[in-house]
Design a binder for this molecule. Structure first.
Ligand SMILES: O=P(O)(O)OC[C@H]1O[C@H](OP(=O)(O)OP(=O)(O)O)[C@H](O)[C@@H]1O
Ligand SMILES: Nc1ncnc2[nH]cnc12
Length: 170
């Protein structure tokens, strides 16, 4: 299945100059969504992972069903002030703007094998932030999976020591 057909590209959103890759058009197609989840899960099926971690918000949309498909738990990484328990925080920069992310301190145990999942790799700031949070809790990042990779932003450069996969490349 050619998943790229299901991504809607909207120019100059959310600010001028950004070519926005909209995954909502894939999510609303049952067959394409199922295919994307299975295909992304296949990349980590043999990695003996303990948990999937996904950053808010679009990382939830792909990370949680992949965790379900693999029969493992899902841990959310959230924007500040959303998680009720004790958290760790990390600040990062985006293709547009900057933000910080948090994780529950008790969500990961030292030695846990983690797959990190998000919809899209742009500069890599978001995912690197999630990786730093996981590693600060002693987790081992065994795979980082994306549906989409924006190759010209070279997010892979800052993630060169990790196993990365992406399905659709622009
Ligand atoms: O590689 P980066 O430059 O960090 O960019 C990629 C991130 O940007 C988007 O999330 P966004 O922060 O827009 O939040 P959302 O998922 O809540 O829409 C996207 O879902 C990735 O998480
Ligand atoms: N170009 C883009 N399209 C969709 N989500 C993004 N997150 C960061 N850059 C993006």
């Amino acid at each position: 299945m050619d998943l790229e057909k299901y991504i809607r590209v909207i120019e100059d959103f959310p600010v001028k100059g950004i070519s926005f890759k909209d995954v909502t058009t894939l999510l609303k197609d049952g067959e394409a969504f199922k295919y994307a989840i299975k295909h992304m899960a296949d990349k980590i099926r043999n990695e003996k992972i303990d948990l999937v971690v996904g950053p808010e918000a679009r990382g939830f949309l792909f990370g949680a069903p992949i965790a379900y498909e693999l029969g493992v738990g899902f841990v959310p990484v959230r924007k500040p002030g959303k998680l009720p328990g004790e958290t760790m925080k990390y600040e990062y920069h985006l293709e547009y703007g900057s933000d910080s992310l948090e994780i529950h301190k008790d969500a990961i145990k030292p030695g846990d094998r983690i797959a990190v999942i998000d919809d899209l790799l742009a500069t890599g700031g978001t995912i690197l932030s999630a990786v730093k949070l996981i590693e600060s809790l002693g987790g081992i990042v065994v795979h980082i999976g994306f549906l989409i990779e924006l190759e010209e932003l070279m997010g892979r450069k800052s993630l060169s020591e990790y196993n990365i996969s992406s399905i659709i490349k622009y």
